[in-house]
Ligand binder design. Structure first.
Ligand SMILES: Cc1ncc(COP(=O)(O)O)c(C=O)c1O
Length: 357
């Protein structure tokens, strides 16, 4: 079976050398030496000043909402993985859906203002598939209405804008997911990146039960620390990041050569592509399901990322988002990972091109 993604595993020696250090230090979790080393290496690699590692991308978001004291309504995109909405609901925040732009597939900044009310406290866009949001227009609206901007950047590891800045440096804060299937991973893990160092300090307290010092607890915390084995995997994967990126680019370019070009979403002009996903847009839902079923019959597993449109979830108040609802019914992500062979890509494209005709 060729799956939509395949976790990258570094060679054993590379991982083992970090595991040996864990056995020597006997320090397994609670801000250990490897967690600290990974924090510093990622800050340098991503060119960001304030970064906190956590145990997954979902808790990164929930902790951040608390650290920024979000209340009431949050404007967000309906076209994303379910965690973008469920984290808000879990924290008793009300998602207010703003439809997406059909070109970028990200929240449509020109629709934001019409959805702002006296209860709105923040905007939560997603750089979906690593495709950069219009961070400039979003910032303008946020400043005008005094709203916080948090980017769910789960897919946006290694995206550089035309201003030569990492996409994680925009807005008040961003969160990353380092789940095993992501282009950079720590098996399970994530990170919070914030403009303000005080926000990271607050998050660091919140992810450790609210412990603020010896014998001192401040406020309601949780447990969301990254353990040393996860950090070891992160350090070993980071050693391979250039090869991972190059391989993903090869897969992306091979698809581009072989797939019917009309199926590709437009590229983003304002930022680099991190080759994290390979989405295609079919003409309608029937063709989309037909392509999926034909791929499955050939032991190839694409995914309907992202379906359903999140404004249709059973625990949110339905708000019409015609563009997102339309796109989510006819989008498919094809297999995308470093070791995917040209032969496999060719086989996938033949099926897609034939069935979608
Ligand atoms: C857009 C988005 N946000 C949040 C998450 C949650 O991250 P995690 O799986 O690390 O909890 C994911 C996970 O895949 C995601 O795709």
């Amino acid at each position: 079976m060729i799956s939509v993604t395949k976790p990258f595993l570094p060679v054993r020696e590379s991982f083992d050398k970090y595991v040996d250090r864990i056995y020597q230090s006997n320090w397994l979790t609670n801000f250990g030496p490897l967690e600290r080393e990974l924090t510093e290496k990622l800050k340098q690699y991503l060119n960001v000043e304030n970064l906190l590692l956590v145990n997954n991308g979902t808790l990164a978001m929930q902790v951040l909402y608390r650290a920024l004291d979000l209340k009431g309504e949050v404007l967000t995109t309906p076209f994303s993985f379910v965690a973008t909405t469920s984290t808000l609901a879990w924290e008793n925040l009300k998602p207010k859906f703003v439809d997406i732009d059909s070109t970028s597939l990200n929240i449509n900044p020109s629709l934001l203002e019409s959805q702002i009310s006296s209860k709105t406290s923040a905007i939560l866009p997603v750089h979906v598939f690593g495709r950069a949001c219009d961070v400039w227009q979003i910032q303008e609206v946020a400043e005008k209405h005094n709203l916080k901007v948090i980017y769910d950047a789960a897919h946006a590891f290694n995206v550089i804008t035309h201003e030569n800045r990492n996409i994680l440096s925009y807005g008040d804060a961003s969160t990353l997911s380092f789940h095993a299937t992501k282009l950079f991973h720590t098996i399970e893990g994530g990170a919070i990146i914030a403009k303000d160092e005080a926000v990271i300090k607050e998050c660091k307290k919140l992810i450790n039960f609210g412990i603020a010092g010896y014998d001192r607890i401040e406020g309601v915390g949780t447990n969301s620390k990254m353990n040393e084995f996860a950090a070891a995997m992160g350090l070993a994967v980071l050693e391979n990041i250039d090869d991972i990126m190059a391989e993903r680019q090869r897969v992306h370019e091979t698809y581009n050569k072989l797939i019917n070009a009309e199926l590709l979403p437009n590229s983003i002009e304002t930022a680099s592509n991190n080759f994290s996903y390979y989405p295609i847009l079919l003409k309608d839902e029937n063709i989309c399901l037909n392509v999926r079923d034909n791929l499955l019959a050939n032991e190839i597993m694409p995914r309907r990322y992202f379906y359903p449109s999140l404004n249709t979830l059973d625990y949110v108040k339905y708000q019409k988002c015609p563009v997102s609802e339309n796109i989510s019914k006819r989008i498919l992500c094809l297999p995308m990972y470093p070791s995917l062979t040209d032969e496999d890509i060719s086989k996938i494209c033949k099926i897609v091109n034939y069935v979608s005709k």
